[in-house]
Design a protein around this ligand. Structure first.
Ligand SMILES: NC(=O)C1=CN([C@@H]2O[C@H](COP(=O)(O)OP(=O)(O)OC[C@H]3O[C@@H](n4cnc5c(N)ncnc54)[C@H](O)[C@@H]3O)[C@@H](O)[C@H]2O)C=CC1
Ligand SMILES: [Mg+2]
Ligand SMILES: [Mg+2]
Ligand SMILES: [Mg+2]
Ligand SMILES: [Zn+2]
Length: 456
């Protein structure tokens, strides 16, 4: 074993405290030996990287307050920011990114924009997928008075309008959070689909004090769907509540938190309502794993051997793209017949088997508009729960400009100048077209293009 100098030992001890989140020890050691904040250990990691790896927000804050350098990279070329981002500690990544020169750009000079939160994407529950197979835990949660139930009737969620609906323009609708007494009767009915969504995220300071009596103190959420009007079976439900329909534009009126949980719940419930029979052999199936799996009841069915994606909720990838003219100053937008009058949006289409995102973008644009596309860059994505798409948003550069629309799909496609797009955003004079709603990723892709070019 290689023997260490006293300084080396001190550094390793310091890094260990950072990795374990011991903010008190970290502060004491820094007060004597400030140089420690920028030291790295034998594996090339600094204290900031260890704290970022393990999600120790307070340690990261303490290190930064002592002038710690955020730019060093480990042997894989990752900064503390990259480490935090990779392990999903968004709050730490944000803290580290608020910086004159973003470290991501230094390491990956061609990196795209920061991860973008979109409508339908906010995760305020912790999914706790490891509990889906714990039927005892799930049953206990289903009969707990703390548990929250969301109710859907034919995939339409039960909501309440905000008290000052006039002031909010009918937006910010809330999903009704029902408790056990309201839904007890529905839960007993065999035709109610039940899906475990997750548990409320706990503040970092949460201790294990709530764990007495075998209760873990976690508030679970479930989604229920019925295909028969459940109103007769509900108890003590707010008289103002109602089932929101149709999905478009109804689902776009929810508040941001609720849109996120709705996207998860509705996509899984829609899958159950469309896949009641086994896609492999046509037999009846049973919902398992808290509603995240369907198992065929036919003992010799192929779907029971190995892992089959037919047994799990589906997500359909869709590319959606803003195509930019070779002159850099115009973008291509199209309209479908079903769009509201005057609205133009980004072209979009389902990815086909064996296709990359880039090839999907090039094919769909050519099919729908006749325009040929060169470089494609990923920008952001959005779950789209109608019924269960994942919109993969890109910018793409055209290499030809003549338009021939596919009339089956698109009524009209046109190049719009940057000025026309800005006029549509600010609704100045008589804008040449209406933008898609702000909740749609198409809106963000267009806005992002305008932002990119703002100073040119
Ligand atoms: N969030 C947003 O900003 C926007 C979302 N969208 C969504 O993107 C989705 C796809 O866009 P489209 O232009 O309709 O796709 P598309 O251009 O591929 O054409 C739709 C046709 O593709 C076929 N298809 C292939 N795979 C399919 C699948 N897995 N599910 C259903 N149909 C499939 C069907 O024949 C369908 O009529 C739509 O569901 C739409 O709601 C579309 C535009 C904007
Ligand atoms: Mg399309
Ligand atoms: Mg298409
Ligand atoms: Mg298509
Ligand atoms: Zn089967």
């Amino acid at each position: 074993m290689v023997s260490m100098t006293p300084k080396g030992e001190m550094v390793e001890r310091f890094l260990d405290f950072a990795a374990r989140g011991d903010v008190d020890q970290i502060s004491i050691m820094i007060s004597h030996s400030n140089f420690l904040v920028n030291e790295c250990g034998q594996n090339g990691w600094t204290a900031l990287m260890f704290a970022s790896r393990n999600g120790h927000f307070e340690v990261v804050k303490a290190l930064l307050s002592k002038g710690c350098d955020k730019s060093p990279v480990n042997k894989s070329g990752q900064t503390a920011y990259d480490v935090a981002k990779f392990w999903g500690h968004k709050h730490i990544a944000n803290l580290l990114a608020n910086d004159e020169a973003g470290s991501l750009e230094r390491v990956l000079p061609n990196a795209g924009p920061e991860e973008q939160e979109s409508y339908f994407s906010r995760e305020f529950l912790h999914r706790m997928s490891e509990k889906r197979t714990d039927s005892q835990w799930l049953a206990a949660k289903q009969s707990s008075p703390e548990t929250v139930f969301l109710l859907f009737f034919n995939l339409n969620p039960l909501v309440t309008a905000p008290a000052d609906e006039a002031a909010s323009g009918g937006s910010d609708m809330k999903l009704c959070r029902l408790r056990l007494p309201s839904v007890e009767e529905l839960l007993r009915r065999g035709d109610t689909m039940v899906v475990f969504l997750g548990v409320e995220k706990l503040p970092e300071s949460h201790s294990s004090s709530a764990q007495k009596d075998g209760d873990d103190g976690l508030t679970a959420w479930f989604a229920l769907n019925t295909e028969q009007n459940p109103m007769d079976h509900l108890r003590s439900v707010d008289a103002q509540s109602f089932f929101l329909k149709p999905p478009m534009p109804g689902l776009l009126t929810l508040c941001e938190n609720d849109a996120g949980v709705l996207a998860q719940a509705r996509a899984v419930l829609a899958w159950h309502s469309r896949y009641s029979f086994c896609p492999t052999c046509g037999s009846a199936t049973r919902a398992d794993e808290g509603g995240h799996k369907r198992t065929c009841l036919q003992a010799d069915c192929k779907s029971l051997q190995g892992i089959h994606n037919t047994c799990y909720p589906r997500v359909d990838p869709v590319v959606i793209m803003l195509v930019i003219h070779p002159d850099g100053n115009q973008c291509l937008l199209g309209r479908k017949k079903i769009f509201p009058p005057g609205m133009f949006s980004c072209l979009a289409g389902f990815i086909e088997p064996g296709e990359t995102v880039e090839d999907g973008v090039r094919r769909e644009v050519q099919e729908e508009s006749g325009v040929r596309v060169g470089p494609v860059q990923y920008i952001a994505c959005q779950p789209w729960p109608m019924p269960s798409s994942l919109m993969i948003g890109c910018h793409a550069v055209a290499v030809s400009t003549d338009i021939t629309v596919d009339e089956h799909e698109i009524e009209e496609a046109r190049w719009f100048t940057r000025q026309q797009v800005i006029d549509a955003f600010v609704k100045r004079g008589r804008p040449p077209f209406v933008l898609p709603p702000r909740q749609a990723i198409a809106h963000y892709l267009i806005k992002h293009w305008i932002g990119i070019n703002a100073n040119l």
